[in-house]
Design a protein around this ligand. Structure first.
Ligand code: HEM
Length: 495
């Protein structure tokens, strides 16, 4: 596999040292011109305990290295033990407060005095664009979210099931036909990208899709990288890839506008067609820059997370016979019930019966969530847990830590899908948050569920598989996946 974003810088000492020298001198120069915020002249703030690390770089390198090795939880737990559940550090170019509790998550998602605004780290905003839905608030957020949600709501999802099923079957037979081994991560990434491109954006399989996927893979590696736009860094490569993506999407939007005007496609056909017709509260067009940033976020959000969840599921199924047998039993029962049904496509009702399979996915997301957490910016001095958090700092919500808190999930190290099987789930609010929470909670969670279940169904009823690399470690970049790409041996099942 090519070097991943973080590896290229974090694991190459000479390049790293050179980068640090250039960056530090630039920042020292900037700092000489920097005026401290006015509040520090008047009031002594009681900021949380912790270490801001090296000047400017802070603790970014250690944090990113831990994240990449899927050890962020240990990195955080070490600091929680030393400083408590509210601690300060400095990562990704900004002093940061980690708040490690369900009440902390609630505070970050729902600060009701507007002291916390969405503002992701510089690398994320540079790559997703400043108009990404994740950064928007107010009317424009409502408008974009409404447009996206109308394609991800139950009515549309019921419509997608058959189409998605057909697509998944076709792609799997194209990709796996006659093969004895396959690298599952690449396969699942391509598959998830093809499904969302075809169903949500009406971009058919072909060279356009392949070139987009190649560039998206490069942009994703820059999302959580050192925030320095220098030659040969993951961020610089990601920015170049984003420029190419913008050109392609801009052409696509122009083409789709024309098709909508000529009545050749309907606004309901796909998200791009619906986006081009959006108007703000004054009846004005939404600019192409807003549309492009949101398409980029959607294209990344809708395939990388699914690749991550599915590759971790395939790895788990290869290792855990109890889970494997449970899933086989459930999926074969569905096949059996469908015997004699003429239309061979799975239906919405079939998916509702896959309760055990989905609870395995939910338990996996508890122990290893695809999105580890996220950052928000403090725009007004605020406080939490008796500590002041100054304006300009960032706060971080985390999924891993509340997911493995024994107060929320007894015996948290035990893999136990039955936690999600009961009639009512009794987790405290904001303790299980693989899809986030608050106004920016993931609108694609149900879409993700049906896609994951369909893909898993077709794999499990047609193949057995075994891992080719024993004890393959997990990497996070930024979603978790087996670091060597999960090469597997396929054993087609007799029909
Ligand atoms: C297993 C799959 C997925 C996981 C774990 C996941 C997780 C998340 C999380 C944690 C957030 C909140 C981020 C934040 O607050 O900073 C989010 C937001 C979002 N997700 Fe997902 N996601 C998944 C699949 C999808 C899919 C399939 C789509 C689209 C088809 C999608 C579209 C979005 C969008 C548009 C947002 C931004 C919403 C807003 O800002 O209002 N996601 N997702």
């Amino acid at each position: 596999m090519p070097a991943h974003g973080l590896t290229s810088l974090v694991d190459q000492p000479v390049l790293l040292a050179l980068t640090l020298i250039i960056v530090t001198s630039t920042l020292i120069f900037t700092c000489l011109k920097f005026k401290p915020p006015s509040h520090s002249q008047h009031k002594v703030l009681l900021v949380p305990p912790g270490s801001l690390g090296l000047p400017f770089i802070g603790e970014t390198i250690g944090f990113l290295r831990a994240l990449k090795r899927d050890k962020a939880q240990e990195w955080i737990s070490k600091r929680v033990t030393k400083y408590g559940s509210v601690f300060k550090t400095s990562v990704l170019g900004c002093p940061t407060v980690f708040i490690v509790s369900a009440t902390g998550n609630r505070f970050v998602f729902h600060s009701n005095d507007n002291s916390i605004m969405i503002n992701h780290p510089k690398t994320i905003v540079t790559i997703l664009g400043k108009h990404t839905m994740l950064e928007l608030s107010g009317n424009l957020h409502k408008l974009m979210r409404g447009a996206v949600s109308s394609f991800l709501g139950p009515e549309m999802l019921r419509k997608y099931v058959g189409e998605m099923d057909l697509l998944v079957k076709q792609q799997l037979s194209l990709e796996l036909g006659g093969k004895e081994t396959v690298k599952a991560v690449k396969l699942l990434k391509r598959l998830a990208f093809r499904v969302t491109c075809a169903l949500l954006f009406a971009i058919p399989p072909g060279s356009e899709q392949d070139l987009l996927l190649e560039d998206f893979t490069t942009t994703i590696r820059g999302l959580l990288s050192l925030p320095f736009n220098l030659p040969m860094t993951p961020l610089r490569r990601a920015i170049r890839a984003r420029e190419r993506i913008c050109n392609r999407l801009s052409n696509l939007i122009r083409k789709r506008r024309k098709e909508v005007m000529e009545g050749r496609v309907s606004l309901k056909d796909d998200m791009i067609s619906s986006f081009v017709n959006l108007r703000d509260e004054n009846g004005k067009d939404i600019g192409d820059d807003v549309l492009i940033d949101n398409l980029i976020s959607l294209m990344i959000g809708s395939h990388d997370t699914i690749m991550s969840l599915l590759s971790m599921l395939l790895r788990l199924i290869a290792r855990n016979h109890v889970v494997r047998n449970g899933i086989i039993e459930e999926q074969e029962a569905i096949l059996k019930e469908r015997e004699g049904v003429e239309d061979d496509k799975l239906t919405w009702n079939d998916l509702q019966k896959m309760k055990y399979t989905w609870s395995v996915a939910q338990e996996l997301m508890r122990m290893n969530p695809p999105v580890f957490g996220s950052f928000k910016k403090v725009v007004k001095d605020t406080s939490f847990g008796g500590f002041d958090i100054p304006k300009g700092w960032q706060v971080c919500w985390l999924a891993n830590v509340t997911h493995t808190d024994k107060n929320n999930f007894p015996d948290p190290e035990r893999f136990d899908p039955s936690r999600f099987m009961g009639p009512s789930k009794s987790f405290p609010p904001f303790s299980y948050i693989p899809f986030g929470a608050g106004p920016h909670v993931c609108p694609g969670n149900e879409f993700a569920r049906i896609e994951v279940l369909l893909i898993l169904h077709h794999l499990i009823v047609n193949y057995k598989w075994s891992e080719m690399v024993p004890d393959e470690p997990i990497t996070r970049n930024p979603t978790p996946y087996p670091s060597k790409g999960l090469p597997i041996k396929l054993h087609p099942l007799e029909k």
